[in-house]
Design a protein around this ligand. Structure first.
Ligand SMILES: [Zn+2]
Length: 201
């Protein structure tokens, strides 16, 4: 039974694919868009199109960028001597929001997970090693993967692969973050504490 006109039904289906949105909320959202002034609704649609057409991953750190390099990589004021490795862009944003970190980032795009068939070659890990070797100025690498089994295993893998680059100090964020927790849900002061209390890996 088709309850809604097809285009409304289609929008409901799109909304229901978003994280944490059930069928009821999806219907409510679709109705909200339906009741918007035409101009706002079209602007909403154009914004999605523009984002998909213009946003890409930074060639250097894999943060989001509108161009080959992201705003952080382009920022000459940041400290090249210290680099933080994070799992995804949301974690990068979470650390940026603390205002406590002025170095560079490298976004892995996930963690090593043999059960899910994700090895280092599926992630931005080899580009990290290459970046460190090529730059030669990084003195400390902070591994800020999530405190999960996979996050810890990924941190250990990075440490082992970088043994040859003995001049880089490899550190891990402190356990201020509860085990198994998602970094992007931790509050700013917890993240700032985890960062300042980092330990040698
Ligand atoms: Zn970048």
């Amino acid at each position: 039974m088709k309850t809604f006109p097809q285009s409304v039904q289609k929008l409901i289906e799109h909304f229901s694919k978003l994280p944490g949105v059930g069928p009821k909320s999806a219907s409510r959202m679709a109705f909200h868009v339906l009741n918007m002034p035409k101009e706002s609704a079209l602007d909403f649609a154009d914004t999605i199109r523009e984002m998909k057409e213009n946003v890409q991953f930074c060639n250097q750190c894999f943060h989001l960028a509108e161009g080959p390099l992201c705003s952080i990589c382009q920022d000459a004021e940041r400290d090249d001597k210290i680099m933080m490795v994070v799992e995804d862009v949301l974690d990068l944003i979470a650390f940026e929001s603390t205002g406590e970190f002025g170095g560079r980032y490298h976004v892995l795009g996930g963690v090593i997970s043999p059960v899910n068939g994700i090895g280092p070659e599926e992630l931005n890990i080899f580009s990290l090693f290459k970046r460190l070797k090529d730059s030669g100025v990084v003195q400390e690498l902070i591994v800020a993967t999530n405190p999960t089994l996979e996050g810890e295993a990924t941190a250990m893998y990075i440490k082992q692969e970088l043994v040859d680059l003995g001049n880089i100090s490899i550190t891990r964020i402190a356990r201020g973050v509860p085990t198994g927790a998602d970094l992007d849900y931790a509050d700013r002061s917890t993240l700032a504490k985890a960062l300042s209390g980092r330990i040698q890996l």
